[in-house]
Ligand binder design. Sequence first.
Ligand SMILES: CC(=O)N[C@H](C=O)[C@@H](O)[C@H](O)[C@H](O)CO
Ligand SMILES: CC(=O)C(=O)O
Length: 317
Amino acid sequence: MDESIAMTGTCRKRLTGLCAAVFTPFTPDGEVNYDMIPKYVDHLVGQQVENVFINGTTGESTLLTVEERKLIAEAWIDSGRGRLKNILIHVGTDNLKDTKDLADHAESIKADAISIMPPVYFKPRNIKQLVYFCKEVASAAPSLPFFYYHIPGMTGVELNMEDFLQAAGPEIPTLCGIKYSGKNMMDATQCLLMDGKKYKILFGADEQLLSALAVGMDSAIGTTYNFMPRPFQRMIVALEHCDLDTARKEQYRAQALINTALRYGKEAGNVSVFKEIMLMIGLDMGPPRAPMIRLDAATRKTLQWEVEQTGFFQWIH
Ligand SMILES: CC(=O)N[C@H](C=O)[C@@H](O)[C@H](O)[C@H](O)CO
Ligand SMILES: CC(=O)C(=O)O
């Protein structure tokens, strides 16, 4: 069997269920808090979340230096190896050289997969430019599964992912799929169905997970799996048993919490708000990096109150 087909098949099987897009913990003065990572692994494993996506959006990747990103990746590999099933590393930057350097590093520390978002200042304007960029990056980590990270709401790169897979498939032997954080469910489903379901679609809009499961996706990466994986895990099981009432109940709860968080996030930045919610469950991720800001005391209090109103502290268990 062609090695690339074998790889695609393997990662399709292995990467199921929830994957936490992990935060980068900072000390109060804004340095990376590497010492926090082993405790963070304990927390996730305790919640049966066994896959992580590091240095992504939630991890504030674009606010980190290349050196910090390498050290964070190493810390996760050191404390997660043998305990986590998959450690995916986001290696995207705005330039090809740093991105290839990070991809090469991810391979050298034996990550399970790499992913990149596109450059966002000089954006790829068409599929051809995007495929070229991805191909170059993937070639720097030739033994690792490669996932393109589609998150048009943040990157402004709105290309159609069905077209991307069609063009990239023959060019990138390690292409395993897409981390799909767009909101276009038709495009996402077309990607899922392509070539006999050859590709893995890692769904990235937590607030729409039920819709993704309904069309047949079986894996998701997101911020909220850090602090409320249980409702989503129950939703997955309920849907497997065709118990739509239960699945919807979990969807509505989780969605209410996310709705509140995103409202606060408009002012402070979503990551800042989600870090507050981590603090509410006892894990201090520190402040976000500028230009995001930490919530002031009064806002934190109203957020806490609104979170309580959703019943969060009861149904997260
Ligand atoms: C923009 C962003 O960060 N998206 C995350 C991952 O793709 C999601 O996990 C969201 O944080 C989550 O769906 C809440 O909107
Ligand atoms: C949420 C997500 O996937 C990220 O943080 O990159």
